[in-house]
Design a protein around this ligand. Structure first.
Ligand code: NAP
Length: 318
């Protein structure tokens, strides 16, 4: 079988934007979009787990996250992108054409775009699933605006938690920062920022053991890790900021990663350490993590692929 021009692994804003651009460049991309049952590989990525998205340009009245991703997908389909609703289980990038195993079938491609995204670490509480997007959030930049004048909480003690808590004080009347130890992990300067902010109250040595509310979050049960004593924290918003994990297990030992597992791309490009393999979106970005920045880097990846295919000596003639 003739290898594809490009296979795109992952179908969040980055992968689908890459698919739109690659399809319009006549590269007939194959998108391996993931599996609906999975939390890390669901088609559409993290926006499938959100409700209203108010900061994606072009939608002045806002749009639901899943609807936005359906629109992205339809746009890619319209230009001829093909989709496989399954996840890649193995890859071989040791020589070209590159190989990607999906179920029992081996797909070959001259180039690859990796856009497998990242996932927010969660607390592991049962109610998280139905309250996500209904008071429970993993992104202050995205959802802070919905909590104007309300009392909310942030869980975590690292830089992300402090950054989110500080940002949220612009909207909330009070932010309780819940941390499981009596010392923050965050850098000193960030700590000072939180500890001196009159709107932030610290709850040291506490974990969240239960979330309350059926349709919307109404509060959380906190347990003191030293005494075991439980108390109710009545909040309408709770932001989980205990870290993220890039979905890069498949590429370990093959693609260069930083110490946290994020793929490393060459500055101002989407090139990875393997010629012909490109990466875009949250899988290579732990700084911005926005749908719009992911989409932008997906566009970059498709343009990089197009130019690389034109210049690549072994594939140019096909
Ligand atoms: P992080 O540094 O790994 O911190 C995660 C925090 O969540 C820790 O305080 C940890 O507690 C807590 N935690 C982990 N699992 C938990 C659980 N199950 N229940 C309750 N608490 C839990 O992650 P991050 O804050 O996302 O930062 C990731 C990296 O990005 C770091 O290198 C950070 O410096 C960087 N970053 C930098 C900035 C900035 O400079 N502006 C902003 C954001 C992130 P323990 O402390 O007890 O382990």
């Amino acid at each position: 079988m003739t290898p594809r021009h490009v296979i795109i692994i992952g179908s969040g804003p980055a992968g689908l934007t890459a698919a739109i651009y690659a399809a319009r460049a006549n590269l007939a991309p194959l998108v391996i979009e993931g599996e609906p049952s999975s939390t890390s590989d669901q088609p559409g990525g993290q926006l499938m787990l959100t409700t209203e998205v108010e900061n994606y340009p072009g939608f002045p009245a806002g749009i639901m996250g899943p609807e936005l991703m359906v629109n992205f997908r339809e746009q890619a389909l319209r230009f001829g992108a093909e989709f496989l609703t399954a996840k890649a289980t193995a890859i071989d990038f040791s020589e070209r054409p590159f190989k990607v195993l999906v179920r029992d079938h081996l797909y070959e491609s001259d180039s690859i775009i990796v856009s497998t995204g990242a996932q927010s670490l969660m607390l592991g509480l049962v109610a998280e699933q139905h309250l996500l997007g209904h008071g429970l959030s993993t992104c202050a930049t995205c959802d802070g605006f919905f909590f104007r004048g309300q009392e909310i909480a942030v869980v975590g003690g690292g830089d992300s938690a402090i950054e989110e808590a500080s940002f949220l004080t612009k909207f909330a009347s009070k932010v309780t920062l819940v941390h499981r130890r009596d010392q923050l992990r965050a850098s000193k300067i960030m700590q000072d920022r939180a500890l001196h902010n009159p709107k932030i109250e610290m709850r040291w040595n506490a974990t969240v053991t239960e979330l309350h509310g059926t349709e919307k979050l109404t509060g959380a049960t906190l347990r003191d890790v030293n005494t075991g004593e439980e108390s109710l924290l009545p909040v309408t918003g709770l932001f989980v900021a205990i870290g993220h994990r890039p979905n890069t297990d498949l590429f370990k030992g093959i693609l260069d990663m930083d110490e946290n597992g994020y793929l490393i791309t060459r500055p101002n490009s989407t090139y990875t350490n393997i010629d012909g393999v490109f990466a875009c979106g949250d899988v290579q970005d732990h700084t911005y993590r926005q749908a719009i920045t992911a989409a932008g880097s997906g566009c970059m990846a498709a343009i990089d692929v197009e130019r690389w295919l034109e210049a690549a000596p072994t594939v140019g003639e096909r």
